[in-house]
Design a binder for this molecule. Sequence first.
Ligand code: ATP
Ligand code: MG
Length: 140
Amino acid sequence: MAIQRTLSIIKPDATRRNLTGMINDRFEKRGLRIVAQKRIRLTEAQAQRFYEVHAERSFYRGLVAFMTSGPIVVQVLEGENAVVLNREVMGATNPADAAPGTIRKDFAESTEANSVHGSDSLENAAQEIAFFFSTIEICP
Ligand code: ATP
Ligand code: MG
């Protein structure tokens, strides 16, 4: 397996409850290195563009409203097999289905307010990282 990078977002439900450090601890304990990180507030247009693939889904409008409801922390995680490893550390989309010890099992409030985002493929990871970060902001 190769060293990969993936895009992670700590969502508004988690920043509101001051869980950034607790969530970062989960990444670091599993060998994911935070090589870039910033706290931002998405505009509606930015959230719509980021979640464009879901534009036709019934949850899209609610998701955009949720993702703009408070600050988020966007970050680049680096490590062995980082894309799949991060999805494992996050757990299933619906916290009721998430495995014990995952971030979503332990912290998510609902399927929508599920505390974290993680890229779902290497290709999407590269696109999502470029959406939020320039190369000089990533410091391995
Ligand atoms: P993410 O893309 O945030 O890492 P995911 O890949 O597990 O999560 P997706 O299917 O890509 O899930 O959905 C993106 C996000 O949209 C979910 O994380 C969640 O916040 C929201 N979402 C997905 N399905 C639903 C639903 N049925 N109802 C409400 N919100 C949903
Ligand atoms: Mg997804």
